[in-house]
Design a binder for this molecule. Structure first.
Ligand code: HEM
Length: 156
């Protein structure tokens, strides 16, 4: 294995860490601040979760399949290898969960900012959006774990 392959693999693993870590971290803080019922905290956290997704998740989302593809080419794997098909499929599914999550986050951030500015309570929609946001996170999290396992075991 040459240095360039290992360098791509390093980027791939670092990007996986960023993707998984940011997802879990932002979910934890969103959940904790929502449970706190502290409007000021909710406004700050929702704002920074949107920022973290833009700074960390977005680039990692692109780097992950690109670096994966480069390694596939390098290793001469067939694109029809089952673990690779599953990885791409699950990755697309995660992306399909993540896109509405981004939209919901932006809406929640805006609702919290308006509530703080006008000294109001959060609208009921915030709670509805938060529940959908959480429910989209569970399958995405599980699929991410499955992809990690596929990458390490490469079973088929
Ligand atoms: C998007 C599609 C993806 C493709 C096509 C892909 C492809 C690959 C390939 C070809 C390797 C190197 C296998 C080898 O050394 O022979 C690899 C390794 C790895 N991938 Fe992915 N990957 C993808 C997504 C992900 C995701 C989403 C994660 C985790 C969040 C991930 C985590 C890892 C890890 C940790 C390794 C190192 C495994 C090891 O060396 O034992 N990959 N990936």
């Amino acid at each position: 294995m040459t240095d360039s392959f290992l360098l791509i693999k390093l980027v791939h693993v670092l990007s996986a860490t960023l993707l998984f870590g940011t997802g879990l971290g932002t979910a934890f803080f969103m959940w904790r601040c929502y449970r706190s019922n502290d409007l000021a905290a909710i406004a700050v956290v929702t704002r920074d979760v949107v920022l973290a997704d833009t700074m960390f998740t977005m680039p990692a989302i692109i780097i992950q399949p690109v670096s994966g593809y480069l390694m596939i080419e390098y290793m001469g794997y067939s694109l029809y290898t089952p673990w690779i098909i599953w990885s791409f499929g699950l990755y697309l599914f995660i992306g399909a969960c993540w896109l509405p999550v981004v939209w919901l986050q932006v809406k929640m951030r805006d609702m919290a900012a308006v509530a703080v500015e006008n000294n109001e309570v959060l609208p009921e929609t915030f709670g509805v959006y938060f529940r959908i946001w959480t429910r989209l996170g569970y399958p995405a999290f599980i699929c991410m774990l499955i992809i990690f396992a596929l990458m390490v075991f490469r079973p088929l």
